[in-house]
Design a protein around this ligand. Structure first.
Ligand code: 2AM
Ligand code: CA
Ligand code: CA
Ligand code: CA
Length: 264
């Protein structure tokens, strides 16, 4: 009951936020960089996060909020109901392409994902799942994931992780990219998770993401029988940054064991 009510509010807010983002295409963006010159944020990222926080606080003052742009609460536990909000996932795409970005909202209770909403604004496609009630695209049920092997899979990952980098031994990823049927880089973790959920790609991996990047996607992928862990095969905790590997169960196991050399 409570989840249906929260879901109804969240969907309405996400659509309104999408309208605001579409209107912003006509205006000049104010763009700043964060941790490095290519880590970008705009006035719209900040405005949309504040929009959600005002809406949530208005209806659910007891809920806590973790948002990428820092307007939410400082959290050091996931007790109670916590909203994980990424107002624009794929900001670089938003700025350069006005597509390939999404709003991502996960609602967790005591660390367990209950609701995941990912809104592909440019396509007006809302992906959503309520734990135990299925996952949907614009209200239409999404079928369960099919199994696949590396040889017949498309794997989503950023090319930077296959170059020498300080987060992973790239020699592990070169054979994976070579053996896979294809590789893709979309630059938006939320949509890449949705693509796993809908079978458009078979796996997605990243070295460095935050709870607002994967909070909503985890609910949607798991609802369809997919597996979501870090690259060591461990559960995510949704309070801290982590790496990510998400895929159908057979492929997830094959990538962990045969490529990342993790024995479980
Ligand atoms: P963002 O657009 O919300 O920042 C890009 O490959 C994906 O990784 C996006 O989902 C992006 O989310 C995320 N990401 C996480 N940390 C990042 C960082 N420090 N710089 C750029 N993208 C980051
Ligand atoms: Ca960002
Ligand atoms: Ca993000
Ligand atoms: Ca973001």
């Amino acid at each position: 009951m409570i989840w249906e009510e929260i879901d109804t509010h969240a969907k309405e807010w996400v659509k309104e936020a999408g309208d605001r983002i579409r209107l912003s295409f006509e205006k000049t963006l104010n763009i700043e960089s964060k941790s490095n010159a290519n880590d970008l944020v705009t006035n719209i990222d900040k405005e949309i996060e504040q929009f959600f926080i005002n809406k949530i606080r208005g209806v659910y003052p007891e809920h806590r909020i973790m948002g990428e742009e820092g307007f939410g609460d400082e959290l050091n536990s996931l007790e109670g109901i916590v909203w994980l909000i990424d107002p624009i996932d794929g900001t670089m795409n938003f700025i350069h392409q006005q597509r390939n970005f999404a709003i991502s909202i996960g609602v967790y209770e005591n660390g367990i994902g209950q609701i995941g909403l990912i809104y592909d604004v440019a396509h007006d496609e809302l992906y959503h799942a309520i734990r135990g009630k299925g996952a949907f695209i614009n209200g239409k049920p999404i079928p369960l994931l099919k199994e696949s092997t590396v040889k017949e899979s498309i794997i989503a990952l950023n090319a930077t992780w296959v170059m020498e980098n300080h987060r992973i031994d790239h020699h592990l990823l070169i054979p994976l990219v070579r053996d896979a049927r294809g590789s893709r880089s979309y630059g938006t973790a939320a949509l890449e998770m949705v693509y796993v959920a809908t079978g458009r790609v078979d796996a997605y991996l990243s070295m460095r993401l935050s709870p607002w990047d994967f909070g909503a996607g985890a609910v949607i992928v798991e609802e369809l029988g997919g597996v979501v862990t870090n690259l060591k095969g461990e559960k995510l905790n949704f309070l801290t940054q982590d790496s990510l590997l998400t895929a159908n169960p057979g492929l997830h196991q094959e990538v962990l064991k045969n490529y990342l050399k993790i024995d479980q």
